[in-house]
Design a protein around this ligand. Structure first.
Ligand SMILES: NC(=O)c1ccc[n+]([C@@H]2O[C@H](COP(=O)([O-])OP(=O)(O)OC[C@H]3O[C@@H](n4cnc5c(N)ncnc54)[C@H](O)[C@@H]3O)[C@@H](O)[C@H]2O)c1
Length: 431
């Protein structure tokens, strides 16, 4: 019955957590014709979405309005969970202050829907997490409400593979891995996703699906760590790592290019690998590659600061009192996501050293409050006069809308963390 409802698109899909992952998913289900119910605890977000407004830089408001016009509802009333045939959970999975998994968002979500569950629903967890979470944390809560999982309620884990701001891949075109608690759960999971993505990739268990997502992100974190280490070495050897990567990438097999930068950012790559590190200890194992990559990647903001210091020094200037302009404060180009952004760490270090810091980023008009600094900064407009007034310009995130020729022509000193300036120039320091 549930499978038929999902296949025929007569099912109501509930999306819990309307953020970077939940909203694109809601839009995609709406686009293919499902009835949608979006849940979030953040009233401000709910009100914006109800008014047809996006609060995420790269998701246009008209898409939200289209979904609302198609009948999608958004609410903070979790009793409406009983109206949905499927409940897809996309809430945050951060680390706590001891850098251990913080499952409180998942647990709160499950606690808030359990009183409203009914037979014939499927629950899919999409939040990134360690193998065992769905079975050890979510399943017991459902079972303790008296439901038999696998016959009355179906439980799946299907990790999200969103690449925010990348127009080449959409929710539809990215294959979706899906594991179920039982074979029947898996079949329900396939029916849940097969109408909205081009390819569902079934795996044998919840834990295999959970580990698949972590492997993907750990693969990135480790390779970025490797290339960041190579960058430091190449720098000492006076070789441009970006030139080397571009040359190596012409090899048609066996080499995948990864690019160094000012450090890891976003809600995924700096965080997710440590979910596995934590779980591995239960099995008496230490995930040394993950730890090592984390160590190297977290050194990168300091490496960048050391390059700014030596660049200013070359111009006979101390950091104290120097005017420094940060170009790009989001963690990734062409989007406005500030989470875990290395630019923030660099700004904090420079402020601690007495620099006067401004920034420019059309994707982030206002800088949110930071750890120690009560900054109330606003992005400045870039023009020739502004550029030439700074002692140093740091290219932290290489958004496409920066005018790199103007930057190159007018900045006194450029510290380039993204390899935008390949040709040697008197005013460019590679970092
Ligand atoms: N952002 C990405 O590119 C990306 C990619 C793949 C996977 N993921 C994973 O997806 C999950 C969600 O990430 P995100 O980037 O969408 O986070 P987000 O912070 O953008 O969105 C999460 C939403 O959940 C809401 N929320 C928090 N607690 C809630 C609760 N108890 N009930 C209902 N809503 C609640 C928040 O208000 C927020 O709107 C994380 O596990 C993340 O690791 C993210």
């Amino acid at each position: 019955m549930l499978i038929e409802k999902l296949k025929s698109k007569s099912a109501t899909i509930g999306i819990i957590g309307l953020g970077y992952v939940g909203i694109p998913l809601l839009l995609r289900y709406s686009e293919v014709g499902y009835k949608l119910l979006g849940f979030d605890i953040d009233k401000e977000k709910i009100n914006k979405l109800k008014a047809g407004k996006s609060y995420i830089d790269h998701i246009p408001s008209h898409k939200i309005q289209e979904a609302i016009d198609m009948g999608a509802e958004v609410t903070d009333d979790f009793s409406r969970a009983s109206d949905a045939d499927a409940l897809i959970i996309c809430v945050p999975t951060p680390l706590n202050k001891y850098r251990e998994p913080d499952l409180s968002y998942i647990n709160q979500t499950v606690d808030s829907i359990v009183p409203f569950l009914r037979k014939g629903q499927v629950i899919s967890l999409e939040s990134t997490t360690y193998p065992g979470t769905t079975e050890e944390e979510v399943l017991p809560k459902i079972a303790s409400a008296g439901f038999e999982v696998g016959t009355e309620i179906f439980l799946v884990y299907s990790p999200e593979r969103e690449d925010p701001g990348n127009p080449e891949f959409t929710t539809k075109s990215i294959p979706k891995v899906c594991g179920g608690y039982t074979e029947k759960c898996k079949q329900v999971g396939i029916a849940l996703y097969e109408n909205v993505v081009n390819q569902v990739v079934p795996v044998s268990s919840l834990r295999a699906a959970e580990l698949t997502k972590l492997l993907e992100n750990i693969h990135r974190a480790v390779n970025i760590g490797l290339v960041n280490e190579m960058k430091i070495l190449a720098d000492r050897m006076d070789i441009d790592i970006h030139e080397v990567i571009r040359a190596a990438a012409t090899k048609p097999f066996g080499f995948v290019p990864y690019y160094p930068g000012p450090g890891l950012g976003g809600h995924c790559i700096p965080i997710d690998p440590f979910y596995l590190t934590w779980k591995a200890r239960e099995y008496g194992l230490h995930t040394r590659f993950i730890e090592l990559a984390g160590e190297i990647n977290s050194l990168m903001p300091d490496f960048v600061v050391s390059k700014i210091v030596s660049g200013l020094n070359r111009n006979a200037k101390p950091v104290l009192g120097s005017n420094i302009l940060i170009l790009g404060v989001s963690y990734k180009k062409n989007i406005g996501d500030m989470r875990e952004s290395p630019s923030v760490v660099i700004i904090e270090r420079l402020l601690d050293m007495g620099a006067i810091v401004e920034y420019s980023d059309s994707h982030v008009p206002f800088l949110p409050a930071m750890r120690n600094q009560q900054l109330n900064h606003q992005s400045i407009a870039l023009d020739e006069a502004a550029l030439s007034s700074f002692d140093c310009v740091l290219i932290a995130t290489d958004h496409d809308d920066f005018d790199y020729q103007m930057i190159s022509d007018h900045a006194q000193l450029i510290v380039d963390t993204r390899g935008r300036f390949l040709d040697p120039s008197h005013n460019v320091i590679k970092s």
